[in-house]
Design a protein around this ligand. Structure first.
Ligand SMILES: *Cc1c(COP(=O)(O)O)cnc(C)c1O
Length: 514
């Protein structure tokens, strides 16, 4: 066998491009040399961090919403991946010229659309480390720290959020109990996983053919992932009960009871109820304690979806929204929305993981992890899982409870400021009481199209980005605060913009009248 040449031994020639490219004579058994070696990575990665820091410094000045047209990108890129290695510089130059124009800047302090998708530098450190370590945490033994850190930080977060002790993994004796927390990818995944657990629990004592009688319930303001979960799981009946406008779009427990009674009379089986704390449209809050009591009465799995607003459970002044959590079987909030943790990090807690495992574990009981640790593959749909708890570990330690509370209160105060600005402008009205830093408002009724035109004008300006929703058939503007970089000056500038554009929109609709 020929000696490897000095060239093949070199990890990197500094350009990031292998000098062996094109050497068709090499024996496939020779050492494989990667185009980017460790020293080239060390340098390029540091340059990329500089680029990222510069991006964060200037993101405020970029148009918030991308104005790219559908299909803008393919004509700018080759139709095939390259044959030979390209340099990192070549890739980064395309990022700058071709990818950046197609970005909507979710980290802009002028982003008020949807809900925020927070990032923070501590969480980014954890994310970088997770990507680099690249361990698979599906089994405890796959990487013990990946599993155990997740269990620990979710207990930390549960305590921070004042969740009832029944959701903690560890008892006072530091022994694992029946439940605890897991990081799922998204709140939507969590809704599905909880539904599967609910189904496993309901069907454990029933003949298989009863599956066709299962009924799931939520309000019609609950997240679309509930309907999708029913589609995926093949749940035959999904009742989306109209929320009550007079209850600020919450589910009326009497309406729920009536629906359940009708279904029971028809021989159906209520098995799954989703209550929402902070609906996506208007941040409505369902009466959790009352819904929980109904779920208990009918032996239904009660899941609480608090994807956005759940993190406010760490604030004493918000406790009234969270009464009755101990009646829930599962609770979910997304650290990747408003809690400074980069996507994806959807935190789910269950009181009892056994139904989850019954639904999702293929492992025979005799192979299950023994001792004081979980195998998280049995609590989720995929097998593989990233070391996501590192993001939370960095973030929770480097902020601490006091800073996190201050952060949420800062946004809630900014939300109150928006509500005040709307209230003091006679052209506008508030549609639902502002909650959790979300304000829903509209231009006072003209043709009903003005609010949509206003939001469209705001977004086209590039200076702010918000979306509309529909409440009782009306188009409503949603101003959602929670961006990690958003300060008072951004709110005041956005309101000034909204106010000026409102004049224009109203003048145009006046002019358009016969
Ligand atoms: C955002 C949201 C979801 C969906 O969150 P994903 O993590 O993107 O799936 C579900 N429910 C509510 C109430 C939400 O606000």
């Amino acid at each position: 066998m020929p000696e490897p040449s000095t060239e093949t031994r070199a990890v990197s020639n500094g350009t990031g491009v292998s000098s062996n490219a094109g050497n068709g004579q090499r024996n496939a058994l020779n050492d494989f040399v990667h185009p980017m070696g460790v020293e080239a990575y060390r340098k390029t990665a540091k340059d990329l961090i500089d680029w990222i820091c510069d991006y964060y410094a200037r993101v405020e000045s970029l148009p918030v919403r991308s104005e790219a047209e559908p299909g803008y990108l393919p004509p700018m890129l080759p139709t095939e991946a390259p044959d030979a290695p390209e340099s990192a510089d070549a890739v980064l130059s395309d990022i700058q010229s071709k990818i950046m124009p197609g970005l909507t800047h979710w980290q802009s302090p002028n982003f008020f659309a949807y809900f925020p998708a927070n990032s923070s530098f501590p969480a980014m450190l954890g994310d970088m480390l997770s990507g680099a370590l690249s361990v698979m945490g599906f089994l405890w033994s796959g990487s013990p720290a990946a599993t155990e850190l997740e269990t620990v930080v979710l207990d930390w977060l549960a305590k921070l959020l004042n969740l009832p002790a029944c959701f903690l993994a560890f008892g006072p004796d530091m022994k694992l109990g029946k439940g605890g927390g897991i990081i799922q990818g998204t709140a939507s995944e969590t809704v599905l996983v909880a539904l599967l657990a609910a189904q496993a629990r309901a069907m454990a004592s029933r003949p298989a053919e009863d599956r066709q009688y299962l009924v799931c319930y939520s309000s019609d303001q609950a997240h679309s992932s509930i309907k999708k979960a029913c589609m995926v799981a093949g749940t035959p009946h999904c009742r989306l009960i109209p929320a009550r406008p007079e209850l600020d779009y919450a589910l009326d427990p009497d309406d729920l009871t009536a629906a359940i009674d009708a279904d029971l009379a028809a021989g159906l089986i209520p098995f799954y109820l989703v209550g929402t704390i902070g609906t996506t449209s208007s941040c409505a809050v369902d009466p959790i304690a009352k819904l929980g009591a109904i779920a208990r009465r009918h032996d239904m799995w009660f899941h609480i979806d608090a994807a956005f607003a759940g993190v406010t459970a760490m604030l004493p002044e918000m406790q009234h929204y969270f009464q009755g959590l101990e009646l829930a079987d599962s609770f979910n909030t997304n650290a990747h929305k408003w809690l400074l943790t980069n996507f994806d990090c959807s935190c789910m807690w269950v009181q009892d993981a056994d139904p989850l495992k019954a639904a999702l574990s293929l492992t025979p009981a005799f192979l299950r992890a023994k001792g004081n640790a979980y195998d998280y593959k049995d609590w989720q749909i995929p097998l593989g899982r990233r070391f996501r708890s590192l993001k939370l570990f960095f973030m929770l330690r480097m902020y601490g409870k006091q800073k996190l509370q201050e952060y949420l209160r800062h946004h809630i105060a900014l939300g109150d400021l928006v509500a005040d600005l709307v209230r003091h402008d006679s052209r506008f009205e508030i549609v639902t009481p502002p909650r959790f830093a979300l304000t829903c408002f509209c231009l006072k009724a003209q043709t009903g199209k003005e609010t949509a035109a206003l939001v469209d004008a705001v977004n086209r300006s590039g200076k702010a980005f918000m979306i509309t929703t529909e409440l009782s058939g009306r188009c409503v503007a949603r101003f959602a605060i929670g961006g990690a970089q958003t300060q008072e000056r951004h709110i005041r500038a956005a309101w000034q913009l909204i106010s000026q554009l409102a004049d224009k929109v109203l003048a145009e609709t006046e002019g358009a009248r016969p």
